[in-house]
Structures are given as C-alpha cells and as structure tokens.
Design a protein around this ligand. Sequence first.
Ligand code: SAM
Length: 213
Amino acid sequence: MRLRNVKGSIQTIETSEFTINKPELNKGKWHEVFGNDHPIHIEVGMGKGRFITDLALLHPEINYIGIEKFSSVLVRAVQKRNELDISNLFFIRMDAENLGNVFENSEIDKIYLNFSDPWPKDRHAKRRLTSKEFFLRYDNILIPDGVVEFKTDNTLLFDFTLEQIPLAGWEISEYTYDLHNSPMNDGNVMTEYEEKFSSKGNPIHKLVTYRDK
Ligand code: SAM
C-alpha cells in the first residue's frame, strides 16, 4: 500500500472515541468495552476499514475490532466511523506482532486477514501475516473452534499460506482460487483491495482455517 503522510492523522486517532489508545489495558476485558457478551471478530491489517465497517453495519450482534499499523490509513476508517450510529466497532493502531499483549487467550472468536502485505523477500517471510509465526499468535487469542479467514489476489502469498497452515498445526476447512465464481462467495463482503484488484480481472483467492485439535 502506498502510504502518504496524512496531516493531523495521529491527533485525529488519539482523540477519537472509537480508537483504543492503550489497548493492553483492556486485555481480558474487551466484552466490557463493548458492554455486552457478543462474539468479537477482528480484522488484522484493515487499511481504510471498508470491510470491517460494512460487516459492523450488517451484523449488530457481533463486536468488531479493526487493527491497523499506520495512522495515515487508519484515519480514513475513523473519519467514516464518525458518521455512523453503531456501537459495535472500535479500532486499534498497533503492530499485529503484539496481539498477545492486547487480547487474552480465547478472547477472540474470528480473525479476518484481507490482502495482507506479501513481503516478497524470503528473509521477510516471518512478517507475513499468514506465516506460521503469526498463526501461533492467532492460536493464543482465538477460542478453540475459532477460525481465520484469508483473502488475497496474490497467488504466491496464497500458496505460501496453504503450506504454512499445516506447519502451524492448523487445518484448512475450505479454499478457492476463484472466490467470485465459487460457492464460497455467498454473502461475501468486498474489501477495498478486493474491489480494486478484481476490477482489473485478478481472481480472488480465499481460505478458511481452524485449529487441528
Ligand atoms: N485489508 C484491507 C483491504 O483488503 O482492503 C487493506 C489491505 S493493505 C494491502 C494491508 C494493510 O495491512 C496495510 O494497511 C498495512 O499497513 C496493514 N498491515 C501490514 N502489516 C501489519 C501489521 N503487522 N500490523 C498491523 N497492520 C498491518
């Protein structure tokens, strides 16, 4: 993603009622933040937040947390969030490497990864959000039968992920290399990158994975 410095973004985020500035303080207490015991779903690397915002509008019975590393994109999600009258969506600016400092074991019901950065160099493989190192982090915070859903148009990253999943001790429940022409597309909510790349003719890949118990 091309990142531009967006003037005032850090201040907008820090003063927003929808951004949690010290998320570690809520570890184990996220249901209190939402004020209910609904399931909590997170998107890691949400960018400008179109996908998770649309999900929050569609599913008031689910709590959503969008996680993004860069304020210059997160600020767009916050600006859009300000216009909505919903109570089931918060954002965190953080690096997903630190998920374990922010969420207790089994605190999260589902994780979405959409169009994660490919980090094409081998030496950066551990930074890919679908590396086995990241699956260990997801393992710690997900409920026992929680799932990770991953979409991308990047075939190399998708194939890498299909290899990493068994190495991490997870199982693949379903996958497709052509989501938009597959039964897995039922109820699909498009992400910003999905719209951009599918409109160029790129097929979208998707998989769903769970723990091998
Ligand atoms: N998910 C959105 C979509 O599908 O439209 C955005 C995709 S964009 C290519 C990937 C996003 O993941 C970027 O905004 C990037 O800053 C974020 N990201 C990458 N690594 C991350 C990490 N370790 N922690 C948090 N966010 C991360």
